[in-house]
Write a protein that binds this ligand. Structure first.
Ligand code: SAM
Length: 288
């Protein structure tokens, strides 16, 4: 049982004063000061006590204490060398392990192999440092070792792009590539007022659950094609796609075979449209 929530303004200030921790903007430090928000993130992130939980950026432990409440094994990566000793004293290291390391430098496959027991599900949870949201997520999306789900707080506008569907104005290559790997859902909107210091933007908690529904050959080339199709948003898919095929006639023919009208825009195409287009193109464009 949690005796005292860290995620309140009173407790946060008390811990910061006690250990002399002024927040560092360069590390994207905005601590959560609303216990219901961290409890909800942890509830969404963890389904079973046996899941292996990795946290990125525990800070002074606002979310960490809830992750430790709901799981028997939490490994947290923190870049700021002032914080592991705070976490040790405020939360205790019973089933929490803090690793002082820049998460961007971590070999995700290696740490999963190191800590995961046979059959154990792996989940990630974080109130992400906003300045590296996308690189962190792509690092996780590209991991080869199995990850069940990722539940993270991010800037609202970035969350909207991950969630966007065809015809939404935020829909882009990032939405398509992410949804190729994961079911994406919004857990909740979070106001800027529940952070200390208060950021200039509102946030959103988003969950990515890996699904393995699609399996194209040479995924990297599929992602390149999707990015190429979105290069110039106001141009037709034919215009963008022909720069990827490097052959106008072939582009026309492949679009027809995939049943996509050449005057469509990439924004109107579903994930399945892109997969079909890639599959009909693979032999003539990629395998040659
Ligand atoms: N989890 C805490 C909370 O919700 O109150 C803190 C969240 S704060 C937005 C981001 C945290 O990530 C900070 O503790 C910061 O020091 C840490 N951080 C920033 N860059 C990092 C990196 N590259 N690797 C690991 N941690 C990082």
């Amino acid at each position: 049982m949690i005796k005292q929530a860290i995620a309140t303004i009173k407790k946060t200030k008390e811990i910061q004063d006690k250990y002399g921790i002024a927040t560092k903007k360069s590390f994207g430090q905005n601590f959560i000061i609303e216990p219901r928000v961290v409890e909800k993130i942890a509830t969404a992130a963890i389904q079973d006590k046996d899941e292996l939980v990795f946290e990125i950026g525990p800070g002074i432990g606002a979310l960490t204490q809830w992750l430790c409440e709901f799981s028997n094994q939490v490994i947290a990566f923190e870049i700021d060398d002032r914080l592991p000793s705070v976490l040790e004293q405020e939360i205790g290291f019973d089933h929490l392990q803090v690793i002082l390391e820049d998460f961007l430098e971590v070999d995700v496959n290696e740490v999963i192999r190191k800590y995961r027991k046979d059959g154990q599900k792996v989940v990630f949870a974080s109130n992400l440092p906003y300045y590296i949201t996308t690189p962190i997520l792509f690092k996780l999306f590209e991991a080869q070792e199995p990850i069940e789900r990722i539940t993270v707080m991010m800037q609202k506008e970035v969350g909207d792009r991950f969630l966007a569907k065809e015809n939404d104005k935020e829909y882009n290559a990032l939405s398509v590539i992410t949804q190729y790997r994961c079911h994406v859902k919004k857990v909740m909107d979070v106001s800027r007022h529940v952070f200390n210091p208060k950021p200039n933007v509102d946030s959103m908690v988003v969950q990515f659950a890996f699904h393995h529904e699609y399996n194209v050959k040479e995924e990297e080339k599929f992602f390149e094609m999707v990015k190429a199709c979105f290069t110039q948003r106001r141009k037709t898919i034919y215009n963008n796609f022909q720069t990827w095929t490097k052959d106008k006639g072939l582009a026309q023919e492949l679009l027809e075979r995939a049943n996509i009208a050449p005057n469509t825009r990439a924004q109107q195409c579903t994930l399945e449209d892109f997969i079909r287009l890639y599959e009909v193109s693979y032999e003539s464009v990629c395998a040659s």
